[in-house]
Design a binder for this molecule. Structure first.
Ligand SMILES: Cc1cc2nc3c(=O)[nH]c(=O)nc-3n(C[C@H](O)[C@H](O)[C@H](O)COP(=O)(O)O)c2cc1C
Ligand code: SF4
Length: 479
């Protein structure tokens, strides 16, 4: 079991600061948080043609709760309404939406087909209506859609049956998704057909009224895996130019089919080799890992090297893109980088470091990108673990221009209107603060809908909560 102090035990700002000092972490944090129009978090900003009303952003989060044909359910609609009342003015994509069936990460993921488009358009409308009802207007509200193909992590038909579409072999990751030596890698022609599907989905998103699309390149999914495809032969592998062809061709297609649509990328800006659980339960680098196959890492696969991620941003700028949302690693093989948590998900491992280290790592890497590319609008991620001290760090990050917007993930599942409370100067509702119990990750790993079972009353009362508790007990017994 981890021996780090729980963040909730750091009762005062001085306690928090002392812990940062003990860890030797340079993390900006303001003692006092300003509310109202004076707050830097309330300032509007321009990103390309988009005027964004404040500095909070809702990060994309799937709920594993769509219908089997990829339409939203009542639970999906509830989540999008919550995003609308959050008080954040930027919606980075809502949730990952597959551009076609075989790219779905789970059999209940949304899929932007022609048959589903009206229902997906309604999600945006519900979000905006909820925002207007709570705040009076939708001035400065910007809603994007995240487009994805899940690649190696595709499970389009059954929660327990991976149907990976890989772009190169990976000795540590292949056995985890039942890829054996005979599994074919996607051909260049297959990737070209997929590019067409991304373009078609983007054109649809534009018609439905979305302000931008995110061409997802993170978390080990297909776009991200291509970036580390140094062993892949052909037009999409090897050199940096080839590994970024997927992005360039999608952008070119969208410019021709959906002119005027703003484009962004959610990028895992660094990664480490895949981790696994040691006998002690703590996460360690997987001995099978090939450290060459890691985008944004030092040669050993255990440190950050932003050389190529910086080139990627340069390319985005050349392509006329202004929107970037940073994240790190993958929830499947480096969850401690991606969503720092005190309690790991069932398929994870005990944190190998104080989760504050993971938070600081993402903030510092994001700051480096922002400093090198000041014209880009940069959204940062991984703030939820800061819990009570999230507003103090958020304000300092924006004031010091280390990012342009504070992205919130898990925190808005447990406490949807935290941004509104911060901006209005309300005392935070401590009982609603996400304590990183990871049930929202564990549930889908068990084939169940995701949600904040511990803190959201709606999920607390669901029969699934009991089922999840039983399954978690079983996992502990079997481990
Ligand atoms: C339940 C759940 C679903 C998620 N789904 C997505 C997704 O669809 N697309 C994506 O880019 N990130 C997804 N993420 C990652 C979050 O956007 C975010 O990067 C991560 O939770 C770290 O931010 P946080 O510390 O504020 O939670 C998901 C995270 C969670 C917890
Ligand atoms: S289940 Fe709730 S408390 Fe746990 S990590 Fe998810 S949002 Fe946070």
């Amino acid at each position: 079991m981890a021996t780090y102090p729980r963040l909730a035990s750091l009762k005062t700002f001085d306690d928090f600061q002392r812990r940062l000092d003990e860890l030797g972490l340079e993390l900006p944090a303001d003692r006092e948080v300003t509310a109202g129009a004076e707050s830097v978090l309330a300032q509007s900003a321009q990103a390309g043609t988009l005027a964004i009303g404040n500095r909070f952003c809702i990060l994309p989060m799937e709920g594993w709760d769509g219908t089997s044909d990829g339409k939203p359910s009542d639970l999906t609609r509830r989540r999008w309404k919550h995003f609308g009342i959050s008080g954040a003015k930027l919606m980075w994509g809502g949730e990952a939406v597959a551009v076609r069936h075989d790219g779905r990460a789970n059999p209940n993921q949304l899929c932007l087909t022609e048959a589903n488009q009206k229902d997906i358009a309604q999600l945006r409308e519900l979000l905006i209506a909820a925002h207007v009802e709570r705040f009076g207007d939708d001035d400065g509200l910007v809603v994007g859609l995240q487009l994805t193909h899940s690649g190696r992590y595709a499970k389009p038909n059954d929660h327990h049956t991976p149907e990976p579409r890989i772009v190169q072999r990976n000795p540590a990751l292949d056995p985890r998704v039942r890829v054996d030596d005979d599994t074919p890698i996607l051909t260049d022609d297959a990737l070209k057909a997929l590019i067409d599907d991304f373009v078609a989905a983007a054109a649809r998103a534009q018609k439905l009224g979305f302000d931008f699309v995110d061409i997802k390149h993170c978390h080990g999914y297909l776009g991200h895996e291509l970036l580390s495809g140094i062993d892949r032969p052909g037009e999409f592998g090897g050199s940096f130019e080839n590994r970024t062809r997927f992005l360039r061709d999608i952008v070119a297609g969208i410019r021709s089919e959906a002119p005027g649509l703003e484009l962004g990328v959610r990028l895992s800006v660094f990664d480490f080799v895949p981790y696994c659980q040691a006998e002690s339960g703590v996460g360690v680098p997987d001995p099978l890992a090939d450290p060459r196959l890691v985008f944004g890492s030092t040669p050993g696969g255990d440190g950050i090297d932003l050389t190529e991620p910086l080139r990627f941003l340069e390319l985005m700028q050349q392509l006329g893109m202004r929107l970037i949302c940073t994240t790190a690693g993958s929830p499947y093989y480096t969850p401690h980088l991606q969503r720092p948590a005190f309690f790991p998900p069932s398929d994870g491992y005990q944190p190998p470091e104080d989760p504050l280290v993971g938070v600081q790592r993402q903030i510092a890497a994001t700051a480096q990108l922002k400093q090198r590319f000041p014209e880009m609008f940069v959204v940062g991620s991984g703030y939820t673990y800061l819990q009570d001290w999230l507003p103090n760090v958020a304000q300092a990050v924006i004031r010091d221009r280390l990012a342009d917007s504070i992205g919130l993930g898990r925190m808005v599942l447990s406490y949807p209107d935290l941004p509104a409370d911060v901006l209005e100067g309300q005392t935070l509702a401590r009982k609603r603060i996400c304590r990183t119990f990871s049930d929202c990750t564990t549930a889908p790993r068990k084939g169940m809908i995701s949600g904040c079972y511990p803190l959201d009353t709606y999920y607390k009362e669901m029969p699934e909560r009991k089922q999840l508790q039983e399954l978690k007990k079983l996992s502990v017994r079997n481990s």
